[in-house]
Design a protein around this ligand. Structure first.
Ligand code: DGL
Length: 259
């Protein structure tokens, strides 16, 4: 079983890529919607939420943790990864690998406030491509819009346009560096125009997970995937259906994880 977590619905944009790439593996997804958005929280609290989420997935018996939250990866870069018997696939590393492979040099990063503050993307990219120039910008309005089911609204369109306006116009690529943002990808494509490559790190993340699953001999699952939220069950069920395409997803609600 492969584990994925996020603050909320964004992690489902990683889950849908895993379902395409490793369709025979059972997935366990945890959305910590009791604490969404993570991006506005302080580093110490984020480190403690990360440790709880990693512990929760290990305790549930996952064989690998495929990160579905950039903000948590950024915090791990600052504080170190919590102990985990399951290997962890870092999402920021996946994005940096794409930049290196594609030869991009001038790169925009749209991410949460906490990710931008940590400068984790700049470090990960320049450690692979030393002459890369990285421009990181945040827009705190985007995650709440996706969580509220407002991805397809004028409000979302304008918020995406506003954050893209803060980026230089001659970029090679823009990374959707929060997993909620691929749900807004049409707005990003519209705002950035044709000359800029739009990168959803989830594709590379699923590719790396597939490789590691083979290398580690992780068995295919027999049970259906499970989707757990620490928030409200019914809106979560609807969002899981819409984003993953599963007709009758196995969804559950839990109390917020204990400290
Ligand atoms: N989707 C998460 C990320 O990739 C966190 C968004 C949030 O809760 O602020 O960064």
């Amino acid at each position: 079983m492969l584990g994925v977590f996020d603050s909320g619905l964004g992690g489902l944009s990683v889950v849908r890529r895993l379902k395409e790439r490793v369709p025979h593996h059972e997935l366990l997804f945890f959305a910590d919607q009791a604490h969404v958005p993570y991006g506005d929280r302080e580093p110490n609290e984020l480190a403690s939420l990360l440790a709880r989420n990693i512990h929760f997935l290990n305790h549930a018996g996952v064989s690998m943790i495929v990160m579905g939250c950039n903000t948590s990866c950024a915090i791990a870069q600052q504080f170190g990864w919590p102990a985990s018997s399951a290997p962890i696939v870092d999402l920021i590393e996946s994005a940096a690998l794409v930049i290196e492979r594609q030869g991009y040099r001038k790169v925009g990063v749209v991410a949460t406030t906490a990710t931008v503050r940590a400068k984790a993307y700049s470090r990960a990219i320049t450690s692979r491509v030393p002459n890369a120039r990285v421009f990181e910008v945040a827009e705190p309005a985007l995650v709440p819009l996706v969580e509220a089911g407002k991805a397809g609204t004028q409000e979302a369109h304008e918020a995406v346009a506003a954050v893209c306006d803060q980026l230089p116009s001659d970029l090679d690529a823009v990374i959707l560096a929060c997993t909620h943002y691929p749900i807004l990808d049409l707005h990003f494509a519209d705002a950035l125009g044709e000359g800029v490559a739009l990168i959803d790190p989830a594709f590379e993340q699923a590719e790396r997970a597939a490789t590691l699953a083979v290398a580690n001999g992780i068995a295919h699952g027999v049970a259906p995937s499970t989707y757990i939220t620490s928030g409200d069950l019914e809106p979560f069920r609807t969002a899981v259906r819409m984003i993953t395409g599963e007709f009758e997803p196995n969804v559950k609600a839990v109390a917020p994880l204990a400290r």
